[in-house]
Design a protein around this ligand. Structure first.
Ligand code: HEM
Ligand SMILES: *[C@@H]1O[C@H](CO)[C@@H](O)[C@H](O)[C@H]1NC(C)=O
Ligand SMILES: *[C@@H]1O[C@H](CO)[C@@H](O)[C@H](O)[C@H]1NC(C)=O
Ligand SMILES: *[C@@H]1O[C@H](CO)[C@@H](O)[C@H](O)[C@H]1NC(C)=O
Ligand SMILES: *[C@@H]1O[C@H](CO)[C@@H](O)[C@H](O)[C@H]1NC(C)=O
Length: 407
């Protein structure tokens, strides 16, 4: 009792149950998707938002709807959510840049075309976005080209989820917490396994320096339950399983596809503590304290020639890539890590997007840049002096492969 009072007092944020409780009744009650009409994909948060009607239940949502739901339900800061959603819709090859499928390619007629967008490939969804957005070594999804994935990089793999769950094995239920440290260990191991099993393993700087690690950090930062005892959140087994749509069948874990669910009694982050880009950067730095390689080796890199014991992984030299604007030795300073990711993404994104949109410069890039600016501005990022050398990437099989666009 005394210790919980102290914990509550020592936190800058107080628990406000009325504000933080998330409604899962009425319009927001859980309804499993009907897969003949509804889309679900690689993001457990978006799947859960759709299952509860916080975004349209069919899984086709607009940027505004995704931003509203991400800020309201998960406490993601608005500019950060806006950038993610805008980046996501661009990479999902949306025919009108208004409506995004959170999963598979949209069926004809589900999203109207807007000729100004100049979509030059088949309309897609978030599951398409390999390398541009969807990345290798995800917390619970296999890699697109990994042995045994059969090209499925969007459904949860029960065995990967099991590995994550086991990281708190033997710990009493009331003490379990899938926090940044636990997630850092899982992330490090997932990268080792991908390097070993995926000949095409590849992390571009946007993923390796930021988004890949962020996919792990948000598991704790967005899904943790909050209480008087744990005003900063605690993520236990039950809550983790619920958000990932996993249940126990005897001793075995099963994935209930489309079953991602907000627990009946669940309290989000405090409203005065939105998860912003600076907090996201600090989580990546904390992960780097447990495993320095996450910053020194895996900010960007690739397998060179086949997976396996040969250990052909090579890191991309950030100094060489950015002409010294960012370098490995100073990535831990300030917000350099996120800055390296976001400023390079401005130049790498068109390598894929120019294959999706014929009029990239008129609508897609201006929107991306407009939503990126508040983030890099808040971090005080140095802009790159020149043009990234795409040929540095051409030696990487996983990069070349990712340029093949489904027609
Ligand atoms: C609302 C806040 C969000 C949270 C808490 C969140 C959480 C997550 C998590 C935990 C994963 C990793 C899945 C796994 O492999 O286990 C993930 C993946 C993903 N999310 Fe989200 N997400 C959010 C918003 C978004 C938005 C707005 C978009 C884009 C519109 C998005 C797109 C994706 C994509 C493309 C992936 C696949 C990346 C990969 O693992 O390869 N997410 N998300
Ligand atoms: C597409 O998004 C717009 C909002 O930008 C919304 O008004 C419209 O209903 C959506 N259409 C579909 C098919 O989801
Ligand atoms: C979340 O925390 C509250 C307050 O302690 C508790 O009543 C509730 O059962 C918890 N929810 C879950 C899913 O554990
Ligand atoms: C960021 O990196 C640059 C170049 O590597 C360095 O000059 C700068 O001091 C670093 N730190 C901050 C806080 O910007
Ligand atoms: C790096 O320097 C070279 C040679 O001066 C230049 O061509 C290139 O555009 C620069 N790239 C970046 C990212 O600054």
């Amino acid at each position: 009792m005394v210790s919980s009072v102290i914990a509550a007092l020592s936190s800058a944020y107080s628990f406000k149950p009325k504000e933080q409780r998330i409604d899962v009744s009425g319009d927001h009650k859980f309804i499993a998707p009907d897969f003949s009409t509804d889309y679900r994909g690689p993001c457990p948060a978006l799947n859960a938002l759709a299952n509860h009607g916080y975004i349209p239940r069919n899984g086709i949502a607009s940027v505004e709807q995704i931003v509203k739901a991400s800020t309201e339900v998960f406490g993601i800061e608005k500019d950060f959510a806006t950038f993610t959603a805008t980046y996501g819709i661009a990479f999902a090859a949306s025919p009108n840049l208004k409506n995004l499928s959170i999963g598979a390619a949209v069926r004809p007629g589900d999203v109207p075309s807007d000729l100004r967008v100049g979509l030059s490939t088949r309309p897609q969804g978030l599951s398409l976005t390999h390398v541009g957005l969807e990345h290798d070594a995800s917390p619970t999804r296999m890699d697109l080209y990994e042995k045994g994935s059969n090209g499925n990089n969007y459904d949860l793999s029960p065995s990967l989820f099991q590995q994550l769950l086991h990281r708190q094995e033997g710990i009493a239920e009331h003490k379990v917490n899938y926090n940044i440290k636990v997630l850092a260990h899982h992330r490090f191991q997932r990268i080792q396994d991908s390097i070993a099993n995926n000949a095409d393993f590849f992390l571009q700087p946007f993923s390796g320096c930021f988004f890949q690690g962020n996919s792990y950090a948000v598991i704790y930062r967005a899904f943790a339950n909050h209480s008087v005892e744990h005003p900063m959140g605690r993520l236990d087994r039950k809550t983790l399983m619920s958000f990932f749509g996993v249940y126990k069948d005897g001793d075995r874990l099963k994935y209930n596809k489309g079953g991602e669910r907000i627990p009946d009694i669940w309290y989000r982050r405090p409203h005065d503590d939105p998860y912003d880009i600076k907090k996201a950067n600090n989580d990546l730095l904390e992960m780097g304290e447990y495993h320095p390689e996450l910053i020194d080796e895996y900010c960007a890199g690739s397998n060179l020639a086949g997976a396996d014991e040969q250990k052909t992984y090579a890191a991309i030299d950030m100094n060489k890539l950015t002409n010294g604007t960012y370098k490995s030795s100073t990535l831990r300073d300030g917000y350099n890590l996120s800055c390296a990711a976001f400023t390079t993404s401005v130049q790498t994104a068109p390598w894929w997007l120019s294959r999706y949109y014929s009029k990239l410069g008129t609508m897609v890039m201006p929107r991306l840049l407009a939503t990126l600016q508040p983030l890099t501005g808040a971090l005080g990022c140095k802009v790159l002096g020149g043009t990234l050398d795409e040929t540095l990437f051409q030696v990487f099989p996983g990069f070349k492969e990712s340029l093949n666009v489904p027609q």
